[in-house]
Write a protein that binds this ligand. Structure first.
Ligand SMILES: NC(=O)c1ccc[n+]([C@@H]2O[C@H](COP(=O)([O-])OP(=O)(O)OC[C@H]3O[C@@H](n4cnc5c(N)ncnc54)[C@H](OP(=O)(O)O)[C@@H]3O)[C@@H](O)[C@H]2O)c1
Length: 254
């Protein structure tokens, strides 16, 4: 009988940057639940400790270390600690988030640069720092369906995410065949970043529900399956890809 690869990350070591909240934390906990050792990091010590406690609850190993993706040396320090503790990194997830809504003509240069620095340059720094020490494995960048959309007052966000998709494709080509690089493009997901905007009863929530074929916003738990797949051996021929998890929003036409 043919043996098919399992969709699992059990036994792997994963790092989730931006892993202490929302989608990133959801992925970190799902990886831990599946049997991976997981390091979930962000800028805030208390948040790192809180998520580490949840990860340990699944009976796997973790490490508590903060990291700021705007600072290359803090990513290198994180990488070196993970390598010292676990010997290797098999999966890197980049899920750092920030939101600032401003009209194009009111957007300051600083406002533009800040978003690009966190969401695009941060993914560059993290991918490069970790890839330099990964013999093989999987990198998963959390992009957004906004990469393909003209979202209101979100120009730097949309542009950064389009950049993340492009970076993902180029890195996939250069790091092949040993390290696969893919992106996940979520649609509207309820997280601490979005919970006020997408709260029940708001105008934007009504529009989201109306225009999304699945008819609602997603829970973060609905994004993790694609991350487990991309991190697993079952995705061994998938690289440079953007996986849309958007309830059909981007393909919805009249
Ligand atoms: N929610 C959605 O509807 C949605 C849709 C599409 C795509 N996405 C994408 O999914 C990703 C996660 O979003 P989310 O909604 O889960 O956001 P979230 O709940 O706000 O989580 C963002 C995480 O990033 C960390 N972070 C922020 N700045 C950082 C920095 N400079 N260095 C390191 N960590 C930093 C935060 O922790 P600290 O503040 O402690 O650093 C937090 O752990 C983002 O890339 C977002 O664009 C979200």
């Amino acid at each position: 009988m043919t043996e098919f690869p399992e969709i699992t990350v059990a036994g792997k070591t994963a790092v989730v940057v931006g892993g202490t909240s929302g989608i990133g934390e959801g992925i970190a906990l799902a990886f831990a639940d599946d049997g991976a050792d997981v390091v979930a990091t962000s800028r805030t010590e208390a948040a790192v400790a809180d998520t580490a406690e949840k990860i340990r609850g699944y009976g796997v190993e973790t490490l508590e270390q903060t990291c700021d993706v705007t600072d290359y040396s803090s990513i290198e320090a994180l990488r070196d600690s993970v390598l010292e503790t676990f010997g290797q990194v098999d999966i890197l997830v980049n899920s750092v988030g920030t939101a600032a809504r401003t009209e194009f003509l009111d957007l300051s240069e600083e406002g533009w640069l800040d978003v690009i620095d966190v969401l695009l340059n941060g993914v560059f720094r993290s991918c490069q720092a970790f890839a330099r020490e990964m013999d093989e494995g999987s990198i998963i960048n959390i992009s957004s369906m906004s990469a393909d959309l003209a979202r209101s007052r979100l120009m730097p966000y949309c542009a950064a995410k389009a950049g993340v998709n492009s970076l993902t494709q180029c890195a996939a080509k250069e790091l092949a065949p040993d390290v696969r690089v893919n992106a996940i493009a979520p649609g509207f997901v309820m997280t601490p970043l979005t919970k006020e905007e997408y709260a029940e009863g708001t105008e934007i929530r009504k529009q989201v529900d109306d225009r999304t074929p699945v008819g609602r916003v997603a829970d973060r738990e609905e994004i993790v399956g694609s991350a487990i797949y991309l991190g697993s051996e079952a995705a061994s021929f998938t690289t440079g890809e953007v996986v849309y998890v958007d309830g059909g929003f981007t393909k919805n036409a009249l």
